[in-house]
Design a protein around this ligand. Structure first.
Ligand code: SF4
Length: 192
C-alpha cells in the first residue's frame, strides 16, 4: 500500500496534553469533512510506501521517538502495517482524529478533536475547538480520563474575533472546571 503523504516534519506538539513535546508530524492528505474553520492545507500529497515513510521519519526526527499522525483525517488511510513498522523502530505513535472513524489497533495515544458524531471506541484526550457558541457539554458523555478534556479557542484569523472567543473560552472553563485550556502554542512561539 502507498500512503498519500502531505508532509513530514519535526516540531513541538503545540496543543493539548503533550504541549511542548518534541514530535515528528506525519500529515496524511485528505479529509472526510469540510469544516469552515479548517486551517490546514492537507490536499496535496506524495505517494509513499511504509519504508519510504520510515526513512523520512528517521531523517527528520533525529533522536525524537514520538510520531504524531495527523491530517486531514489520518484514519482514512492508517493501517496496522504502518503502526507495526513504527513500533518496530521504537516510535510511540500518536494520532489526531476528528473522531468520525474507528481506529486500528495499536495506536498509543489518540487525540479526538470532534467535528461530527464520534465513532471512535476510545480516546486518550478530547480537544474541542470552541467558537464561543455551542455546547461543549455534549461531549462530556464521551469517556476520557480526568484532566484530559481540553477546550481550544478557534483561530478565525481575525484578532478581534479571536480575542472575543478567548474571553468566552476562559469564561466557559471558569464555569465548567472539568475543562482545561488548550492554546495553539506553536503559533504563539512562531514554530510550525
Ligand atoms: S476535520 Fe480537521 S482537517 Fe478535516 S476539514 Fe475539519 S478541521 Fe480540517
Amino acid at each position: 500500500m502507498k500512503y498519500r503523504v502531505n508532509e513530514i516534519f519535526r516540531s513541538l506538539q503545540g496543543e493539548g496534553y503533550w504541549t511542548g513535546t518534541s514530535m515528528v508530524f506525519l500529515r496524511l492528505s485528505g479529509c472526510n469533512l469540510e469544516c469552515s474553520f479548517c486551517d490546514t492545507a492537507h490536499e496535496s500529497f506524495t505517494e509513499m510506501t511504509v519504508s519510504e515513510i520510515l526513512e523520512a521519519v528517521h531523517r527528520v526526527g533525529g533522536p525524537c521517538r514520538r510520531v504524531c499522525i495527523t491530517g486531514g483525517e489520518p484514519l482514512l488511510q492508517l493501517e496496522e502495517s504502518l503502526i507495526e513498522a513504527l513500533h518496530a523502530c521504537g516510535y510511540t505513535l500518536h494520532v489526531e482524529t476528528n473522531g468520525t472513524l474507528s481506529a486500528p489497533e495499536g495506536v498509543d495515544w489518540i487525540t479526538c478533536s470532534p467535528k461530527g458524531i464520534i465513532k471512535l471506541s476510545r480516546a486518550d484526550e478530547l480537544k474541542v475547538v470552541f467558537t464561543g457558541r455551542g455546547a461543549p457539554e455534549v461531549f462530556l458523555k464521551y469517556p476520557v480520563p480526568e484532566g484530559r478534556r481540553f477546550l481550544q479557542p478557534c483561530d478565525t484569523g481575525d484578532s478581534e474575533k479571536n480575542a472575543a472567543i478567548l474571553a468566552a473560552t476562559l469564561n466557559y472553563i471558569s464555569e465548567h472546571p472539568c475543562w482545561r485550556l488548550s492554546l495553539q502554542t506553536h503559533k504563539l512561539i512562531g514554530v510550525r
